[in-house]
Design a binder for this molecule. Sequence first.
Ligand code: HEC
Length: 174
Amino acid sequence: MKIPKVFLAATIITLGLISLAPVSFSHGDVQPQAVDITGLKELGKEWLEENPYTKEKTPDQIKRAIEIGCTAYNQNCARCHGLGVISGGTAPDLRYLEKDSEGDAWYISRIRKGYHQNGLTKMPGFEGIMAQEAMWSIRAYINIRPEDDDEAVVKGTGNNCQTLDYDKVLKVSN
Ligand code: HEC
């Protein structure tokens, strides 16, 4: 039997790739996802009690924070708290968190430590996994999700980070 050399080479390369694949793809969607915080003001090591990004009066910074927060939320929080921050009931609906600085303090303590009850982890803590910058950017995104916008996910605007209406959002958040 005559098998062309090119075909043989292609087969060997393909088999090689297949054997590598499970290593890179395993558990991809359940592990916490790294968050790219490029473009956000760095916050240092000290834990803040108030969201520095929504207090910021430069629209570019707020916009960037919401943009990063949207993606980070969908990758790390949506599976429990719901796409577009509309909870399906397994975990609290985060749109109803207090939006003031008390709400900030509560939020950051929960996301850092998570929630554990009777030895069970109901929510994982994200300290050491996610940078403080990423945590506050998620808070900035959560804050702009309107409480009466249950339709948004259906229309594809609430959870689609690319089509967020930033002009509208920046008016609401200030
Ligand atoms: C494995 C599921 C799960 C994941 C993932 C998860 N959470 Fe939670 N979260 C919960 C549950 C369950 C609670 C309710 C715990 C309680 O009784 O306070 C909760 C509570 C909270 C609260 C307090 C809510 C309130 O009404 O007081 C905040 C804030 C919060 N989560 C933020 C986040 C953020 C931000 C992320 C992503 C970075 C996240 N959570 C990821 C399950 C999860």
